[in-house]
Design a protein around this ligand. Sequence first.
Ligand SMILES: Cc1ncc(COP(=O)(O)O)c(C=O)c1O
Length: 449
Amino acid sequence: MPTILERYEEAFQKHEKLARQAGQIFPDGVTHDSRHADPFPIYIDRAEGSKKWGVDGREFIDYWAGHGALLLGHGHPAIVNAVNRQMARGTHYGACHPLEIEWAGLVKELVPSAERVRFVSSGTEATLMGLRLSRTFTGKNKLLKFAGHFHGWHDFVIQDAYPPFGKAVPGIPAEVLNTTVICPPNDITAVERCLQTDSDIACIILEPTGGSSGTIPTKGEFLRQLREVTRHYGVVLLFDEVVTGFRVAPGGAQGYYGVTPDLTSLAKIVAGGLPGGALVGKKEILNLISIREQEASDEQKKMPHPGTFNANPLTAAAAIATLNIVKTGEPHRHVNRTADELRDGFNDVIDNHGLDWASYGEFSCIKMLVGHGEKVRAKDFDPHEWDYRRLKTASQPDLLVNLRCGMLLNGVDFPNNGMTTAAHSDEDINQTVAALDKTINWMKEDGLV
Ligand SMILES: Cc1ncc(COP(=O)(O)O)c(C=O)c1O
């Protein structure tokens, strides 16, 4: 019998050919770190609903959800129609337009902290802007972030986003790294200690459901504690809701937990699955980009903020169509239920096979640890009891490669950080659970587990 990797290489020859071509152009042959795959990635030709199809016509149930940007699945008709209509009317006016007002109005209506809105082009830009504005507002210099939390790739936030923790990211000046204070996640005592001893902290940023979309989960209580201490010490609290915004609930994690930060970074769903993002928050902070406000004041504090694609009409059209559906709360009920069923189904399969694996996660996010080395039943696995460093590193890399390839051979594209969309059906979930069972059987035949 061929091994999983032999089957993969045999079945995905068209993909391998493209991967070889890509390897001559792109470092590693890929255009995003997380699209790197061994022995080579798959190449997609088109997508619709919960599915996507490879260049050879193979069908996959998709759990990437556009890196989290597609709450409604691929090609939702309301979004396709809105974008097609807008495409013909112009993609960039170099001017203000009514759609940006309608889009911002929906954001303001849904997100509790959004007194004012500024559109940007990505999540990375949104967190960078939030940090710069926090410094301008407080007159302090430093950012406090949590190990394992991801906020984009700019100089101030990428340190300790991934393991190995504590190792300096190359290419960032030490002077810049020294302005980022890193605390262990979920440790309010460590945060208070930093704020007591360092009066130069301008801002605390975090992913409100925990690092890497809940891979290192956070409890609502921690958000409430952070709100209290930041108020006490005059520090700006920035929720990075690039993923959780509009995925966890119509009002994001802040709406769900009832904790309102000073600033919120948004991207992905806020832009309707097209490139875009926003920084929203308190009027007095956002107004630091206002030319008019600054002309009226004696202090010169205006933060410059251009951006060619800010609020471009094409993204605005997709975003309005999306947020009008988000508003109903209907997609959230669906994605949370299907993700729950998938986690449960995965854990039943894992326990039936007696493996040291576990599927966990909250809301619509589905995590998978494989080969964690502990004697705990998958359905009793509690990530809150695990050290954050282990949650990010516990899976055995060779098992992950075989799992991914086996799932693809069985018609499922499941990343370790999978998400459901409103387009995933009960049949998709059942097929995905069956694909895991079949893949594990193959892994047993290959002597891997
Ligand atoms: C929580 C979080 N913040 C920021 C970002 C960066 O967003 P972008 O990739 O749009 O720059 C991401 C991207 O995955 C993210 O998950």
